[in-house]
Structures are given as C-alpha cells and as structure tokens.
Design a protein around this ligand. Sequence first.
Ligand code: FES
Ligand code: FE2
Length: 481
Amino acid sequence: MKDQDAHLRFSHDNNRVFSGYEKRHVPPEDPELTHTDPDTPMGEFLRRFWQPVCLSGELSDVPKAIKIMGEELVAFRDKSGQVGVLHRHCAHRGASLEYGIIQETGIRCCYHGFQFDVDGRLMAVPGEPDGGARLAEKVSQGAYPAFERHGLVFAYMGPYEEMPKFPEWDFFDAYDDLELVPFTNVYPCNYLQSFDNIPDQIHTSQLHNASMRVVGDDDDGDYPATALNPVFTQTPVMEYASVRDDTAMVFIAGRRVGTDKIWVRMNDVVVPNLTIHANLFEDGRDTRYFHRVHMARWYVPVDNENHIIIGWRMFGAAIDPFDAGRKERCGYDDIDFLEGQTGGRPYETAQRTPGDWEAIVSQRPIAVHALENPMRGDIGVYMNRRNLRRALNGDNPHAQPGAMHARANAGERDYCCTNNTVLAIPMREGRDDEELVREVCRKMVEIIAEGDEYEGDERDAFIRDAMREYERSFAGAIAAE
Ligand code: FES
Ligand SMILES: [Fe+2]
C-alpha cells in the first residue's frame, strides 16, 4: 500500500470528508488552566509558589523590566546585594522604575527621586521638608520577596502572610560534583503548551526522530541537530503514574536496548508548573541505577500568550557520564541540547528541521483544548491537567499550597522520582518483550514509592539496592532455566 493511500486503512463511517467549512470556527481556549493574570484561578494558584523570574546574570547596574503573569515588574540588585522585585510603575506618579537609579539600598525613581527599599518601603523623598517621613506612613511601592539561588532570581508573588519556605529538592545536591547552571528559553505562547510537552513523551519518538525532516536535493545526510539518539527515538513503552498524592505525575518510558538491557526513563511533572528531567543524553548501553536529575525547569507565564522556561541544567561527571553537556550554551534564551528549543532560526531551517519551539508555539498563542483529538500517547498530558484542575478546584486537599509547602516549611526535603535506570535484563524466550518492559517500568515506580519511607542518602541507597536486587532476580531465573 502506498503511503498516500494510508487513509484507506481506516473506516470513516462517522466522519465527513472535506469538512473544512464545518470546522471553520475556532472555539475559545480553556481559561481555567491557561489564564494566569491577577485574580484568575490558575494565576492565584501559581502565585502561591516561589517562581523563577529571571537570571541573576540579567541584573546589572541598571534595572531589568520584567513581566510575570501579566504584572509589569522591575527586578534589580541594589549595591548592598539585596534583590528587589517591585511593581514597575512608581507609586508617586507612575514613571517606570526600569529607568530608576539603583542605590546602595533600594532604587530611586528617575522622575522625582522617590527612593524605595527592596521591600517597597518609601525611604526618601527629595525636596519634601521632612524628607518624606509623612508620605512614607501611607505610601509604599508594590514589592515581592525575592532571592537568588544558583544564578536564578526567585520571587514569591502571593499574599505575604502565606509565603512558604523555598522547597529544598533532593536533586539540588544529588552528587558531590553537581553544578547547577541557569538558563531561559523564551516562548511566544501560553505556558501550558511547554508544560504539556513533557508528559507528552511520545513526541520524542516523532518530533525528535532523525526522519522528521524535509530531505531536499541539498540535504547532506547529516543527523539533524533537532534529533535525539536512535535508541531514544524508538517509540517507548509508556506508563504513567500519579505520585505524591496527585501533586505530581511521572511518565515512565521503557526502551529495549539491544537484546540484553532495558532502559527506564522517568521524569516528574509537578503541580503547578515544574518539570524535573533525567539525563537527555542517555543511550541505555551501560547499566545504571537511579541516575538522577540533569535539568529542572519552571514554565513561567509572562502573560497569557507568552512564557519563559526558566531553570537549571546540571553539570558534573556524575550526572553527565558521557561529557555531552555544553555549559557555555546555557544562558539567556539558550540551551545546550537539541536545536529548536528557542526561536530565531531562519524560517526555512525551522520548516525543514522543526523542533520543540516550532511545534509548541505553532499550537496557537493559546492552544484550544476543545479542538484536541487525544490519542493513547496523550494520557500523561491529560493526567497532568487533571492534577492541575483538581488542585485549583480544591478537590485534592494534598495539592493545596499549604499542604504542598508543608515539608519545606518544616525544614524537610522534597523528593522526586526522576531518574534513568538501565538494567541488564535480557529478552526471554517465549515472553512478550513489550510486556516485560512494561513490567520493569511498573516495578521501578513501586521501588521508588517504597524508597519514600527513607530520607536522604538512605533513600537513594534503598532504591539502588532494590533495583539491583530486582535485576538479579532475572539473572537467577535465566540460570535456573
Ligand atoms: S513618578 Fe516616581 S518619583 Fe515621581
Ligand atoms: Fe521535545
């Protein structure tokens, strides 16, 4: 059968051909999950979590104008080293503080010289007989708590009295030589599209497949820089699990490597806008047990039709055994893997070798969920959206901000499942291999859940030991046969 006849394989009993006219109207987007301006359900939810808002490297001797969740802000580091994230328009008469002059303490508006501390307090008003003391009793600049961590500026934009402690995730220091390197990727579309793209792991076998390119007369046959390695682009066996009381989900991608290894890759997708990734350069050739996190990133709305992916890439020999990372490529609107993570490539190049950026941005400024026709591979996308919706609606008490912050507020670490694990489990005579890979995937989730009984290094040790023991159980079975 020729490719162009492929449609003949399907029955179209319930569907109309040439239905363009019937489908010409585009329904509105789903505001519940996609709108994040002040007073929207998702916007209010996101504001109750620390969010990265820019790179430390973007703060210089002049203020940085930023926009987060529809709010115009200015970020700066004063000369004493305090970081400020203030409403952009001056409380006096609205001039933008992006033209403010950074002071030893705080910032001074360029227009009439009101000086504000990083917490928004009015410190001085030149020309007022009392230096501004009377005005300071009632005037302050809108301000958000902010701090820097490993090259990222984080701000908390919720009610001050509900401010949580910053969550200390297990991946921050998973290896002695770990270095967290900050980066951003700028996307002119709704934040949820990039967030959806992670639980949608089927796309790695299509969009990132070397065959997904236009082969023209001048194609040099080179492996396109938008493609992952050939083992990665096998269509994986996919499993999904909602974890930690539905405050996160993981996808579990199982791949047979050669005839004797099974590679299980697991990434966390965390309410409300964080994903945690296992090494993207893994090829599954060597055994590996609970190999941890090579990237964590937040999907931060600028407004409803723009967002920035802000996060860290992790470097060091332990997390990058293939020495595949390129630190110098991580920074403002840049990242060191897969071309097509950012805009700005020539249009024709983007058309011939499309990447995540082209696929995601082209879903419309705000993707229309009502027009989607899900396939089985979309389970993760809908599981994550369900987790978000249940959190917003208050249907899941564990996913309320207070509950999600409980560990951090008690000074305890937060743990994720993210890992690559490669087990020496050969194909077996008479056993359906896809079913075997699926069994291994499920077992990995089970082992990690058991590991959650432990803290810190004990957890890692328990999980790695249990994985090895499980692997050995197959060796025993083979020997006995
Ligand atoms: S507008 Fe800022 S001091 Fe007047
Ligand atoms: Fe991708």
